[in-house]
Design a protein around this ligand. Sequence first.
Ligand code: NAI
Length: 268
Amino acid sequence: MKGLAGKNALITGASSGIGQAIAIRLAQEGCNIAINYRSKPEAAKETETTALQRASEAGYGNIQTLLVQGDVSKEEDILRIMHRVTEQFGSLDILINNAGVQTEHASHEVPTDEFDWVLSVNLRGAFICARETIKQFLAQQRPGVIINVSSVHEVIPRPRYLSYSISKGGMENLTKTLALEYANQGIRVNAIAPGATITPINEAWTDDPEQRAVVESHIPMGRPGTSEEMAAATAFLASDEAAYITGQTLFIDGGLTLYADFRETWSA
Ligand code: NAI
């Protein structure tokens, strides 16, 4: 895709699932990739190995990769990650705020420390990464792109996952406010909103045929999405093909946000 080769990208939570697929896809498009992981260096190494292989197959055998440990719920870790990435690559062009967690409780029983934790990873972490990235864009006098990995729960309420829903709702505003504030400096900020996607976060239903059938019955296209489909849309938004797009959330959900229940007429 236009404008990606040679760019420097940081992907948070890139040792599994959607983040891993995005890192691999950006490498395949010729980006240098910084693979952030929290606790599984061997999984991050797998991302790196596959990314290098795909990049080489695509004719980008000379890309640089960097594995960088860090917990995005900790400001000092984010500052360390940013320092490491800019030290290694010299500059930064693309930030993918992908790291995310969720916990399940009836809303009246959500422990405060769990609420704080989910918000600190999904929203506060994304904010601090974005803030530091924008500082870097301004300092290097070369604008770049930020993409937030949000969720269909940016707009669909999610009972029993209150902290998660709130974090993704907040992400919509993070995306729009930053996009508006920095548009005239050439910085673009967008989000992708995956629907149900086959990744480790969803093991509870992806590995259980009955549960999976229930999930699929709510998706107009009748199947979950893949990490690669999320990565393709992310690469597009990061590329110059999307040069005039900012402040948007692209829903990649097989029609989930069209609400399958409305397919048949059930009310006058
Ligand atoms: P996943 O569990 O495979 O990926 C989450 C990644 O974030 C993991 O690599 C994990 O190590 C990392 N992470 C968690 N806490 C972290 C921290 N404090 N610091 C650094 N990294 C941390 O699941 P998946 O599905 O790939 O999730 C990626 C993003 O996609 C998340 O933001 C999630 O909310 C979002 N998403 C996923 C959907 C799905 O159906 N799988 C649907 C909608 C959104």
